[in-house]
Design a protein around this ligand. Structure first.
Ligand code: ADP
Ligand code: ASP
Ligand code: MG
Length: 413
């Protein structure tokens, strides 16, 4: 008998009717002989609603009490799903993260799972129950409720699948798999049969929110068989897998994008050793993460230094830069929040030259100006004006012929 961990996202449990559909799907799988642990998110919109309430009372609400509040969304859905299952005569039992004992660190609002006590769950499974677990939450050593960051139910599911050595972790959502890019932006995007953990991790990190980054990280590290599929229709979905198991050999697996970043430039700084450190040191000290960095070739013994940060950190970073600017005697500080980052991702890049030039040529044809570029072994990212985001993504999707099945290009490996 196989053990499956199923996870249903917010849209999939957004109404009582949809919760009933989830129960019916669980019953079908149970009927086929699978043991089931079902992880659920809060009903769609609920986490945002709770955040809104918190912000009405405390505009900078965060930390312990925010977690107490946000974790309630998932507590509602575990109870409702268990009731729906019982209404069909299926024994079920719900658990919050703390009740399972999903132990996390104490980093409220972005806690990491440390360990999972699977004894209760195993006992229930042996007694023939469907176990329903609240996603996105755990408990710290001190006994405080913690949450795992937005989209964290994916990580709960993967961590449970790993702890229970489940045969598969299935992420049921409102699209029927992982696509070459967000199908809401590019209608011709194609569902992938498979994608490697590495590519999926890049896609998630670069903005594709179909899976939480940590869930992919975790699944890759512990080799948890992971599949993304539709909660509304039947189908094979997308298998996230190791490179060896890959059959498709596209150069580019997909295109990710995000609009979460802002750009800052300090112009006319002295072109001397130590300047980058004097600019970015105070930014790092303020706990602001820097993503892309560009320093121009100097002229007249001065240079321009540009970098990007998360939009939430923009004002804070700008303040720091203005201070640093006067200390360094820079000419000017400028910033822009209306930018977008578009990235092409694929393990095939390792063994193929020419991806970057194809990318830049396609953008040039549409007169899309590239402001910044950064590359790694399996991705190339560019920053463009926000208004070109959709056009840029569509253009690149066409340029790399992602709507077509790959034709088995060799990978020289
Ligand atoms: P859930 O509530 O089930 O966790 P999410 O909204 O977190 O669902 O993730 C699913 C969404 O991810 C889809 O509706 C889709 O718009 C978006 N998405 C972004 N990039 C991709 C991609 N490459 N493939 C599939 N979906 C994507
Ligand atoms: N409910 C949480 C969120 O909206 C967690 C999740 O859905 O995975 O981010
Ligand atoms: Mg999600």
């Amino acid at each position: 008998m196989s053990l499956l961990v199923l996870k249903f996202g917010g849209t999939s449990v957004g109404t009582p009717e949809r919760i009933r559909n989830v129960a019916e799907r669980a019953l079908r799988l149970r009927g086929e002989g699978h043991s089931l642990v079902v992880v659920v998110s809060a009903m769609s919109g609920e986490t945002d609603r709770l955040l809104g309430l918190a912000h009405e009372l405390q505009p900078r609400a965060e930390g312990r009490e925010l977690d107490v509040l946000l974790s309630t969304g998932e507590q509602v859905t575990i109870a409702l799903l268990s009731m729906a299952l019982e209404a069909y005569g299926c024994p079920a039992r719900s658990y919050t993260g703390g009740q399972v004992r999903i132990l996390t660190d104490s980093a409220h609002n972005k806690a990491r799972i440390r360990s999972i006590d699977d004894s209760r769950i195993r006992g229930d499974l042996e007694a023939g129950r469907v176990v329903v677990v609240a996603g996105f939450q755990g408990i710290s050593e001190e006994g405080a409720i913690t949450t795992l960051g937005r989209g964290g139910s994916d990580t709960t599911a993967v961590a449970l699948a790993s702890a229970l050595k489940a045969d598969e972790c299935r992420i049921y959502t409102d699209v029927d798999g992982v696509y070459t890019t967000d199908p809401r932006v590019v209608k011709r995007a194609r569902r992938l049969e498979r994608i490697t953990f590495e590519e999926m991790l890049e896609m998630a990190s670069l903005g594709s929110k179909v899976l939480q980054i940590r869930a992919v990280e975790f699944a890759g590290k512990y080799n948890v068989p992971l599949r993304v599929l539709s909660s509304f229709e039947e189908g094979p979905g997308t298998l996230i897998t190791t490179e060896e198991g890959r059959v498709e050999q596209a150069l580019v697996a997909g295109i990710a994008f995000n609009q979460n970043e802002a750009q800052l430039t300090i112009q006319g700084v002295p072109d001397q050793p130590g300047v980058a450190y004097r600019i970015l040191g105070p930014v790092a000290d303020a706990n602001i993460e820097v993503d892309m960095i560009v320093q121009n070739v100097g002229a007249d013994n001065t240079t321009d230094f540009t970098f990007t940060v998360h939009r939430n950190d923009y004002e804070k970073a700008l303040g720091i830069l203005e201070r640093v600017s006067s200390e360094l005697g820079a000419r000017n500080v400028a910033g822009d929040t209306k930018i977008a980052k578009v990235s092409v991702v694929g393990v095939g890049m390792r063994s193929h030259a020419g991806i970057a030039s194809r990318m830049f040529e396609a953008l040039a044809r549409e007169s899309i100006n590239i402001r910044m570029i950064s590359t790694s072994e399996i991705k190339i990212s560019v920053v463009v004006d926000e208004k070109y985001l959709e056009l840029g993504v569509r253009t690149l999707h066409d340029a790399f012929e992602l709507e077509q099945e790959p034709t088995g290009q060799s990978t020289d490996r």
